[in-house]
Each structure stands twice: as C-alpha cells, then as structure tokens.
Design a protein. Structure first.
Length: 126
C-alpha cells in the first residue's frame, strides 16, 4: 500500500487527494502526529540551523516511511531543503504541489483589495 506522508501545514483539497491517488498511486494519507505537526508548522525564524530542530521529524520519517511511500513537503524554505535532502538520502520520493494562482483586484476609493485563489495543478518531484 503506497502512502503519502504530509509535511504540509494545510489540509489537502479533494483535487490534491484525487491527483495523488491517480498520478502517484497513493492509497493512504499519513498526517503527522500533533506534536510533529506543530514542530513543522512553527519553525522558529531565529534558528540559523535546523538540523537539531528537525531531528524528531527525521526520526519519525525514517521509522515510519517505507520504500514505496511519497512525502509531500511544503513549508519553511530552509526546513523544506533540510527535509527533502534527508528524504532523498533515504531513497524516498519527495514531492510538492504545483498551483495556478488566480488574482483579482477591487479598488474602493484609495483602498485596493487583492485576493488570490490557488488551484492545484500537479505534483512535482524535488
């Protein structure tokens, strides 16, 4: 059974789930335990090196992920780099979701309101 581990700070959309099932043949989605989700979602900006900070997440992935699994990695740039490098060193596949952004602007007097809608397009391997 192929699984997708979610190193991701949002919930997957139905389109993202469907695409993972169809294009990557994922059968099950693995959400991080709450303490690891908090660790991933709240990477402290003041840390200059994330190796030690991300050690619990690396330990979890190395224990739980199997050869056929996929890891969706999106978030803090340095955290993503560190985790993707680690995931690849294990021989696992790391991916991210590509999106198309639709932007609209509404001008109300001196105020300009900008709204962005992101739509999943596909998964891309790192």
């Amino acid at each position: 059974m192929k699984r997708m581990f979610l190193l991701f700070s949002h919930n997957l959309t139905p389109l993202q789930k469907m695409d993972a099932k169809n294009s990557l043949h994922v059968e099950n989605f693995v959400i991080l335990p709450e303490y690891l989700q908090k660790l991933w979602s709240d990477i402290p900006a003041e840390l200059s090196d994330l190796k030690e900070y991300l050690a619990p997440l690396k330990k979890y992935i190395s224990k739980k992920a199997k050869a056929n699994d996929v890891i969706l990695v999106q978030g803090d740039f340095a955290g993503v780099y560190e985790m993707v490098s680690f995931i690849k060193s294990l021989g696992l596949k790391a991916v991210h979701s590509t999106t198309k952004r639709e932007v609209s602007e509404v001008t109300d007097g001196d105020v300009v309101k900008k709204s962005s809608i992101f739509k999943h397009i596909c998964y891309r391997e790192y």
